[in-house]
Design a binder for this molecule. Structure first.
Ligand code: SAM
Length: 396
């Protein structure tokens, strides 16, 4: 996701309604902190701030995506993203019997609409397009959006309460892994501490405590993987929810390919010595910053993804890595040029708009390099064109 305009701490003040909502979320989290004896892990804090029933950022009825929200994602920036992805999906659907599409965390529904429309023009429509969305509010919005934007195709869309069983086809998730709650830790020599959240003088504050065994084992595992110990006073994050999530995803797939897009890096980059303040990124009204303890429930909280951990979890669950490429390479390998074939016949204003969208999606300083796509396959599946060049699987 991209803030459209700003980075830094010059945050705008929330309007009165949002501020009141945030106070309610803060009260809810304070209560959980009290119940747990004075502090909660950061992963719990993130879980509540994003998903507390009726209150959390993703489940309350506010606008999140696009210009009037807090951030903009690739499918919201341009239909080019979904069209290129649909081309890859068509190549996979061709290879499996009775293949369908399954999208996780469908946001506003724009990606589903773009993929369905493009597959229809490619004559490659699946019977069903399944969506698993944790937010009831977003499920409702997705349904309304699809009925309006692709009325002839919307009947193919079905919302699932859980992962499907024995699924064949294509699985898609754009910016879902970065919304999974992460643990924060600090390590100084052999001393590992869990970074938790407490309340002091009516405000959320960081608090350190002994790390639970599970976190200790996971941090040992990272040091083994990168082949060195962290430098002194090192702080970072780890997503303990990632392995079970990936394992569920891989296990529900009988045959086909999973496309996961997110901003992220390899394990060595994630835990580089100079990256000692971690990877949390917050978005509020198109301002990006790194303080997750403010504006609870009305700002988005994300953490970059450790793609090596994701790949390890996938392989351990029985998937193969079909490719790991930057978003720019995914799009350029996958047919972006073909999607722009009629560019010169367009009106100048349309050309300018398409150029703007293409730059946002592909330039290294925008989403082109920080965003990656990893493909995870099961069964005898030939990787699609998007992974043809500049594959970085060997770096994971
Ligand atoms: C950053 S938004 C991305 C939305 C959309 N994919 C896009 O690219 O515009 C994250 C989405 O994932 C959903 N989500 C978060 N955790 C999820 C989970 N465990 N399973 C399914 N959806 C989830 C959120 O409700 C939201 O729709």
């Amino acid at each position: 996701m991209q803030p459209e305009r700003h980075t830094g701490f010059d945050l705008p003040a929330p309007d009165e309604q949002s501020a009141a909502h945030s106070r309610r979320v803060a009260e809810y989290i304070c209560q959980r902190i009290k119940e747990q004896g004075g502090s909660i892990s950061f992963a719990e804090f993130m879980q509540h701030a994003l998903y507390a029933p009726g209150l959390g950022y993703y489940v309350s009825g506010t606008t999140k995506f696009g210009r009037d929200g807090d951030f903009i994602t690739a499918p919201e920036i341009s239909p080019l993203f979904g069209k290129v992805l649909a081309r890859q999906a068509a190549a996979i659907l061709e290879q499996v019997d009775d293949g369908q599409i399954f999208e996780l965390g469908a946001g506003s529904g724009v990606l589903a609409a773009t993929i369905l429309r493009k597959l229809s023009t490619l004559n490659a429509l699946p019977d069903r397009y399944y969506i698993l969305e944790v937010s009831a509010d977003l499920r409702q919005r997705q349904s309304e959006y699809l009925s309006t934007e692709v009325p002839d195709l919307a009947a193919r869309v079905e919302w699932l309460p859980d992962f499907p069983v024995d699924f064949s086809g294509v699985i898609v998730a754009n910016e879902v892994a970065d919304a999974l709650p992460v643990e924060r830790f600090t390590k100084d020599g052999s001393l590992l501490k869990q970074i938790r959240v407490a309340v002091e003088n009516g405000e959320f504050q960081w608090h350190q405590d002994d790390a639970p065994d599970l976190l200790g084992k996971a941090v040992d595992g990272i040091e083994k993987k990168i082949g060195r110990q962290f430098p002194g006073n090192y702080q970072s994050e780890i997503c303990l929810a990632l392995t079970p999530w990936i394992s569920q995803l891989v296990n529900c797939l009988r045959e086909g390919l999973i496309f996961l897009f997110d901003f992220g890096v390899t394990c060595r980059e994630y835990y580089a010595p100079d990256r000692s303040e971690g990877w949390i990124r917050c978005h509020f009204r198109h301002h990006a910053h790194s303080n997750p303890l403010i504006l609870p429930g009305i700002q988005d909280l994300t953490a970059w993804v450790d793609f090596s951990a994701l790949a390890d979890a996938a392989v351990d669950s029985g998937a193969e890595i079909a490719g790991y490429v930057s978003q720019a390479h995914f799009l350029m390998n996958g047919g972006l040029q073909e999607e722009l074939a009629d560019f010169t016949s367009l009106a100048v204003a349309e050309q300018l708009e398409l150029s703007r969208q293409t730059k946002l999606l592909t330039l290294p300083g925008e989403m082109g390099e920080n965003f990656k796509c990893i493909g995870l396959s099961r069964g005898d599946i030939a990787p699609p064109l998007a992974f043809r060049d500049s594959d970085r699987t060997h770096k994971l």
